[in-house]
Design a protein around this ligand. Structure first.
Ligand code: GTP
Ligand code: MG
Ligand code: ZN
Length: 252
């Protein structure tokens, strides 16, 4: 297809012309040992959507956050379905280590009120990422009543969503902000990132890096590991270190 630089051009229905190719500022992707899967290009903010039901996987969330760090994206975590009061209390505990190391968490109920979310979207190209059934498309519909994104009830038996959204879709919120709804993710491979890059993506580890006894410390069983020592004395969260160990064991 030809790429044109002039502005408007009238074409028969259902045809389009690429008028301009924007410079790529970020590329959010996940990868396994065999291939990379692009999630979104040119986004400025990643919004990780979690909820109490279905239950969410904190390792998947940690992986998304590392990928976001690598691409220098703003991060917002949404704890959706806060109308489910009892279950939300449990989800909040699971999120505590992430709040402690500085991530912004917004609690809301997409079915009731998304007012507090709107200002956090202004000026951003945001992408909604999360497991199936967390309510990403419901959020889109709450923000844009004409969007008519398809949503589907979760499977309580499987404790999972039904993979309702099958393609990423971009919605314009206004002139300078947009939001991408994505299919639910089950895995978030980080094979494209080095051990060192993953270390940096655990933002609260920063002050301890380079302080282990061994320069090539993997922060597992090595004596004199500054990270393990920090976790044992409660300076960093033990769950976050466990997630790091698991992620680096399976990626590298
Ligand atoms: N109780 C409650 N249910 C919600 C809320 N938001 C979404 N849901 C329900 O959760 C189910 C899944 O919502 P979807 O928006 O389809 O989830 P999704 O994240 O887009 O799922 P995929 O497209 O499969 O990735 C639907 O039955 C929604 O009605 C909420 O705030 N409270
Ligand atoms: Mg959806
Ligand atoms: Zn170490």
């Amino acid at each position: 297809m030809a790429i044109k630089s002039n502005t408007t051009e009238h074409l028969p229905d259902a045809q389009g012309v690429i008028e301009q190719v924007a410079k790529r500022r970020s590329l959010l992707y996940r990868s396994d040992a065999h291939r990379a899967k692009i999630i979104a290009a040119n986004v400025t903010q990643i919004i990780v959507v979690v909820a109490a039901k279905p239950s969410f996987n904190d390792e998947l969330m940690a992986r998304c956050l590392v990928a976001a760090y690598d691409q220098n994206l703003e991060v917002l975590i949404i704890l959706n379905k806060c109308d489910l009061l009892a279950d939300t209390a449990t989800a909040r505990k699971q999120l505590a280590p992430f709040i402690e190391c500085g991530y912004r968490v917004l609690e809301l109920s997409a079915k009731q009120d998304v007012t507090n979310l709107r200002p956090l979207l202004a000026g951003h190209n945001s992408v909604l990422v999360g497991q199936s059934g967390m309510g990403k498309s419901t959020l889109i519909n709450a923000l844009l009543p004409n969007a008519q994104a398809i949503t589907r009830e979760i499977s309580s038996a499987l404790d999972s969503g039904k993979h309702t959204t099958t393609h990423a879709r971009l919605y314009h919120l206004d002139n300078d902000s947009s939001l991408i709804d994505c299919p639910g993710v089950q895995a978030f491979g980080l094979h494209h990132l080095s051990f060192g890059r993953i270390e940096q993506g655990f933002v609260e580890f920063g002050q301890y890096l380079g302080q282990c006894r061994f320069r090539d410390c993997r922060h597992r069983h090595e004596p004199g590991c500054a990270l393990r020592c920090a976790a044992e004395s409660g300076k960093i969260d033990a769950r976050r270190l466990a997630l790091f160990q698991h992620i680096t064991a399976t990626c590298h």
